[in-house]
Design a protein around this ligand. Sequence first.
Ligand code: CO8
Length: 371
Amino acid sequence: MRPAVIAATGLYTPPESISNAELVAAFNAYVADFNQTNAARISAGEIEPLAPSSVEFIEKASGIKARYVVEKAGIIDPKIMRPVIPERPNEEISILAEIAVKAAEQALERWGKPRERIGAVLCAASNMQRGYPAMAIEVQNALGLGGFAFDMNVACSSATFGLKTAADFVGSGSVDAVLMVNPEICSGHLNFRDRDSHFIFGDVATAAIVERADDAQDGWDILGTKLKTQFSNNIRNNFGFLNRAAPEGRDLPDKLFVQQGRKVFKEVVPMVSEMIIDHAAELGIDPHGLKRLWLHQANINMNEIIGRKVLGREPSREENVIILDDYANTSSAGSIIAFHKYSDDLKSGDHGLICSFGAGYSAGTVFVKKR
Ligand code: CO8
């Protein structure tokens, strides 16, 4: 296998952000309205009143303080509580491809090489806007790239699965360089009326270029990649093309993100910590010597436990990067945002880890060394 490097990354952050206070105000207005409208049924014991959300709970349980979204007004309107995104004609670029292209343009600019060298485009994300044509082909077309392109979805782990796929394509000699994009419009798939999860996600797009090591002047050597999946019903998205065929009706059902957050926390933390330590041992890397962790950004408490187990000490914020306070969980993009924003300062020879984990369950580890 030819060695591969992560040569450049890109990030597109939507301009609008929602603070916890704004989100909770909208949720609690909805709850007050619901409880008032249903007061008779609630006092008759037919239904339970809805409980309010709280800023303090959200911050303590998750570490999230705000989230960027592609459309704010609809989400924080208690009568709407979802992003309002008009459909676009087929002749216009779709919004998911549009944000992917913005991140990709930044990665291509930072790379600084002719884009003709890109031989493949991967769109690796949790939710694709449609079945086909592939989002990746739309992105390839918008950027004027050649080669081939396809979509892949491994939920929150899509980006590490994408990096491995890219490194393997480059390693086998199929192509010299791959562009991977991770457009995540999580707000489109989030139930903003669900107290347990209304605060969890945000929107963003990231991009990474993986190329042959002997073509690269700088960047990050990919020392090893490992993927793991293990079936679990604890995080689900049941939205799909067969929903409309369900016998109970043809209306689009409300099949949104649901999870058993506490179970996910308990099961995924040991699975991922062990995977990282085992993979490091296989590669002959001392995990205690890692200069930086760019972990999946779902929950600050999860990342602190994993960080302690992997590094064998209390990691500083510089060592164990957290971006979920500003971005919330951006699914596959989280670890790439962390890497993009907090990697330039490391020195040649420094080792680090990009790691994702999420629905499936799925997890991926990518050990890198600064050139
Ligand atoms: N406000 C106030 N109180 C609340 C709220 C709220 N909003 N929500 C729950 N509570 C209450 C509960 O009712 C409960 O009360 P009680 O103790 O009286 O019963 C108490 O708070 C504790 O509730 P939980 O046990 O649920 O709270 P946790 O401490 O477990 O925190 C978390 C909840 C933050 C969700 C936490 O469990 C967590 O982060 N777990 C890990 C989740 C994770 O990593 N998931 C990965 C999902 S992402 C993925 O892979 C799929 C990507 C797909 C993208 C789709 C885009 C939408």
